[in-house]
Design a protein around this ligand. Structure first.
Ligand SMILES: *Cc1c(COP(=O)(O)O)cnc(C)c1O
Length: 400
C-alpha cells in the first residue's frame, strides 16, 4: 500500500477520483510502490545510462519474450522512434539526417481504421519521424490485397494498432497484416500501449511491440519498445538524433524495470476480484434507480478487465448522460467517468484505478446526482456539440 499524502491539497489541485481509465490527462496511473521505490533509490545516484538501458533491455526481453527492449519517454515516442529506426537502421549518418528522409525508405502503411489518436493523432507520430503515411483500405474495411498493393520500394514499416480507439471490425488481424508485410520484407511495428498481453502480439508476428509503462503496468511515465534486436538497436540509436527531444531519465528506466517485475509477481486473480467487488457494488447501488440501466461489459480488446456501462434515459432521469458526467466531475469529490462515447447516451465506470473506499464514494455521488436531477426536474437542454465547444474554448484559454 502506498501511503497517501496531501500533495494535491498543497498544490491547490482537486482531489479527483478516476473511474475513467489510465489517462494521461488524469496522471496516467497509480504508480506501484516498487516503481516509486526504484525511482527514489536511483535519483541521487550517478549511472552509466546506456548500461542502465542494457539492463532494461534484458528485463523487457524477459517479460515479453523479445530479443531486446528499449525504454522510451512514452509509447507515443516509441512509435516515432521505432519508425525512425526502421528507416535508418544502424546508420548514424541517417539517424542525424532525420527528419529529412531523403534517400531512405520513408513510407509507413497503416489500415485506415487504425488511424486513431491518443491525445495526438498517430499519423502525426509517423510524420514526426520524417515518414509519410500510406493509408490502407477505408475506415471500416481493409483487405490483404490492398495492403500488398500499397507496399513498395519505399515502404519502411507497417504500423498496426490494437486499441479500443480503432475501428473494431473490418480490419485485418495482426497475423494476416504481418504475413503480407513479411512476404515483402517489411517489418511490423505494433502499438499495444494499453494491452495487458506482453507476449502474444510478438508471437502473432509483430517485429516490434510498443507498450506504455505508465498504464496497466503502473510504472512512471515511459514507453517500452520490445522486439527484434536489430530494430530495437536502431530505435535506441535515435537517442543521438530525433530521440534526444524525447529522452527518458534514469528514474523512468528503473521504474519500468521495477514495474515489469512487479507485474510478473502480481496476484492478477486477486486484483480482478477487487475490481469485480467494485462492479458488484455499483450494480447493487444502481439497480433500482429509475431511468438507469447498468451493465457489466468486457474490455473491447479483450484485456482481462470489465467495466460498468451506465445508460441514462434522459426522459426519466431528467438529465442527459453528458450532463451527469459533468455534474460528477464538477462536484465534491470530483468523479471523472469514462465518457468518450457519451453522445450515445451512456458512460462507463472503470474499476481499475481506485484507492480503497473510493468505489463507495463513486456510488454515493452517482446516486446523489441522479436524485438531485429528478428533484430539480429541469433538464439543461445542452447538446453534446455545445459541451465539446466549451471544452475546446477552455483549452485555448490555458493557463487561465
Ligand atoms: C495511450 C496510448 C498511446 C500513447 O501512450 P503514451 O505512452 O501515453 O504515449 C498510444 N497508443 C495507444 C493505442 C494508446 O492507448
Amino acid at each position: 500500500m502506498t501511503t497517501r499524502s496531501d500533495i494535491r491539497q498543497r498544490l491547490g489541485l482537486r482531489p479527483v477520483i478516476n473511474v475513467s481509465g489510465t489517462m494521461t490527462h488524469l496522471g496516467a496511473s497509480i504508480v506501484v510502490p516498487e516503481a516509486i521505490r526504484a525511482a527514489s533509490d536511483i535519483l541521487p545516484e550517478w549511472v552509466e545510462i546506456n548500461d542502465l538501458h542494457r539492463k532494461a533491455s534484458r528485463a523487457i526481453a524477459e517479460a515479453t519474450g523479445a530479443e531486446a527492449g528499449f525504454v522510451t519517454a512514452s509509447a507515443a515516442s516509441g512509435i516515432t522512434l521505432a519508425i525512425a529506426g526502421a528507416m535508418t537502421g544502424a546508420d548514424l549518418a541517417r539517424v542525424e539526417q532525420l527528419p529529412d528522409a531523403a534517400g531512405m525508405k520513408d513510407e509507413v502503411v497503416i489500415q485506415m481504421g487504425h488511424m486513431t489518436g491518443y491525445g495526438a493523432a498517430i499519423e502525426q507520430g509517423i510524420r514526426l519521424a520524417g515518414a509519410r503515411v500510406v493509408p490502407v483500405g477505408n475506415v471500416t474495411d481493409a483487405r490483404s490485397y490492398q495492403l500488398a498493393h500499397k507496399i513498395g520500394e519505399r515502404t519502411a514499416a507497417g504500423l498496426y494498432v490494437v486499441s479500443h480507439h480503432t475501428v473494431q471490425y473490418g480490419q485485418m488481424p495482426l497475423d494476416v497484416f504481418a504475413r503480407v508485410c513479411h512476404e515483402r520484407g517489411v517489418p511490423v511495428i505494433a502499438d499495444l500501449a494499453s494491452e495487458y498481453d506482453l507476449k502474444g502480439f510478438l508471437a502473432a508476428g509483430a517485429d516490434i511491440a510498443i507498450y506504455s509503462a505508465h498504464k496497466f503496468l503502473g510504472g512512471m511515465t515511459a514507453g517500452i519498445v520490445a522486439g527484434r534486436k536489430d530494430l530495437v538497436r536502431a530505435t535506441f540509436l535515435q537517442n543521438g538524433g530525433i530521440g534526444r527531444g524525447m529522452k527518458v531519465g534514469k528514474e523512468s528506466i528503473v521504474a519500468t524495470i521495477a514495474a515489469l517485475e512487479a507485474w510478473g509477481r502480481r496476484d492478477h486473480a486477486a486484483v480482478r476480484r477487487t475490481e469485480h467487488g467494485h462492479l458488484d457494488l455499483w450494480m447493487r447501488r444502481f439497480a433500482a434507480i429509475p431511468g438507469i440501466k447498468a451493465t457489466i461489459i468486457p474490455d473491447p480488446t479483450h484485456n482481462p478487465l470489465d467495466r460498468l456501462m451506465l445508460e441514462v434515459d434522459p426522459e426519466t432521469s431528467r438529465i442527459t448522460a453528458w450532463d451527469l458526467a459533468d455534474a460528477l466531475a464538477a462536484g465534491a469529490p470530483p468523479v471523472i467517468v469514462r465518457d468518450h462515447e457519451v453522445e450515445q447516451g451512456f458512460f462507463q465506470l472503470d474499476p481499475c484505478n481506485l484507492h480503497p473506499g473510493e468505489a463507495e464514494i463513486v456510488a454515493d455521488r452517482v446516486v446523489a446526482e441522479l436524485d438531485a436531477a429528478r428533484k430539480r426536474n429541469a433538464p439543461s437542454g445542452r447538446s453534446v456539440a455545445d459541451r465539446r465547444a466549451a471544452r475546446f474554448e477552455r483549452l485555448l484559454r490555458w493557463p487561465d
